[in-house]
Structures are given as C-alpha cells and as structure tokens.
Write a protein that binds this ligand. Structure first.
Ligand code: ADP
Length: 256
C-alpha cells in the first residue's frame, strides 16, 4: 500500500516581498492528525509561511500541495501562471484559517458570522447553515451567545467564535495564526482549551504561537524558523524541552 498523501506538502517554498526574500527552501509535510507548530523569533517568516499554505500570500518558488494538488499556480516550474480564483478555492477547500485579530464582521451577529462562509462560499441554505453554525458554536462553548454582536463579547469569546467559523466549514486542516496573541493574559486559556480539545479529536492543525508550554503539550512536531528558513523540526522534547541547537536554546531562554 502506498503512503497516504500528506494534507499539506511544501517543497522548497520561497517567497519575496519586493527584493526581500522572506522565505527560502522550506520543505515540510503535514500528515493527517498532526499538530505542527511554527516557532521562532519575530520576523522569521512564520506568519508568511502559514499564509502561503493557503495562498493568502502567493509563494513564488517551489510548490505547496494540498492533498497532492498544486496550490496557486498552474505549473510548478519557472513559467508558472497563477491559477484562477476558482481553481485556488477548490485546491484550498480543505483548509480553514483562524486569525490573530479574529476578523469577525462587527455588524453581524455571532451566528451570522459563522453562517456567512457557509451560505456565501459553500452554497448551503439558511436552515442548513444555521444548524451547522450552531453545532460549531456548541463545540467552542459559544452557542448561548449566538445572537450576541461581536462587540459585546470578550476577546477570548470572539476568538472562540473565530474558531467556530473555521470549524463550521468542516475543514480537514486548520491554520491558526497566533490565535491568542491579541488577548489579555487572563483570556488566553479558554482559547487554548478549545484548541486542545480539537487536537484530541484528531483535527490536523498548523499553528503559529508564542505559547511555548502549550505548544510543547499539544504539538506532534515543532518547527523552529529563523530568517525565513527552517532551522530544525522535531518532537516537543527535541525542540522545546531539551533543545540541542544553540540558536533554539537562545530563543527559548526567556521561557526557561
Ligand atoms: P513572523 O511571523 O515570524 O513574525 P512574518 O512572516 O510576519 O514573520 O514576517 C517575515 C518577514 O517578512 C519580516 O521581515 C516582515 O517584515 C516581512 N513582511 C511580512 N509581511 C510583509 C508584507 N506584506 N510586505 C512586506 N514585507 C512583509
């Protein structure tokens, strides 16, 4: 039997902003059921890499494949042509993203926020979308706030709604970009608990976070990045608890 296709496969991915090369030679596979966490100093390219995984940023070297399908470009080679929006949407359909700043629509209720991608992008009827949205809100403990407006919620509650909105599209992989770094410290744990529960249910996730002890507890593998490169990939023990690499030791010093 052949090995299952990785959920996400990166091969020698590179990315420039103007003349500035912010990612280079990134190769990584994310298998079904894994929680892969990206850590590293500010500016090392973690968020950009996460955004290249769903083509919110257009990578310009190498390949990103989602379950084997090339994302963003029609041709993997040098003469690449950008895929159509529809083609891009199809390839990245298994992915959903959770943003640092929640990105909820302020004029829409909690329920409306979670329903919108279902009716707008997935073509569900209102009734179907409502049922699915309420289930997703229930999973993050926010069903009782379905009729509230985002502005009436704490940051932690808003982020749980952000996670529900991502869950409602029934993704196979969730990408989480610093999901707790906009939160007051006392609101971080409720969001981490939701992410922990998703990992226990087997959700595949790729996450950028500065919550090192949480990352060590929840991750299958941790990727340490510096200056747009992957320096090391390994288990939480190898990367966080007993790092051998001097650069990782130096980075982790504030947490020790
Ligand atoms: P990290 O998430 O590790 O803090 P980022 O991915 O945000 O790093 O940034 C990596 C590098 O890319 C940084 O040098 C940053 O200044 C630069 N960068 C990020 N986004 C943009 C952008 N939209 N335009 C130009 N440069 C950017």
């Amino acid at each position: 039997m052949s090995a299952p296709l990785p959920m996400i496969s990166l091969r020698q991915v590179g990315k420039h902003f103007g003349p500035h090369r912010v990612l280079g030679d990134i190769s990584l596979d994310v298998q079904a059921g894994e929680v892969v966490t990206l850590i590293g100093p500010s500016g090392s390219g973690k968020t950009t890499l996460l955004r290249c995984m769903n083509f919110l940023e257009a990578y310009d070297e190498g390949e990103v494949r989602i379950r084997g399908a090339l994302l963003g470009w029609r041709d993997a080679g040098a003469n690449r042509v950008r895929d159509t929006e529809r083609g891009i949407a199809e390839v990245r359909a298994p992915l959903a993203m959770v943003f640092q700043q929640f990105n909820l629509w302020p004029h829409m209720s909690v329920l409306g926020n979670v329903m919108a991608p279902l009716t707008l992008a997935q073509g569900l009827t209102d009734a179907q979308a409502r049922e699915r949205a309420l289930q997703a809100l229930d999973r993050v403990g926010m069903a009782a706030k379905a009729d509230a407006m985002p502005g009436q919620l704490s940051g932690g509650q808003q982020q749980r709604v952000g996670i529900a909105r991502a869950l409602a599209v029934q993704p196979q992989v969730m990408l989480l970009d610093e999901p707790t770094s906009a939160l007051d410290p006392e609101l971080v744990d409720e969001v981490l608990e939701v992410i922990q529960s998703l990992s226990r249910e087997g959700m595949t996730m790729v996450m950028v976070t500065h919550e090192m002890s949480f990352a060590a507890g929840v991750s299958s593998r941790i990727v340490f990045m510096e200056q747009g490169r992957i320096v090391a990939v390994g288990s939480p023990d190898e990367i966080v608890r007993r790092p051998q690499h001097p650069r990782i030791q130096a980075f982790l010093q504030p947490w020790i």
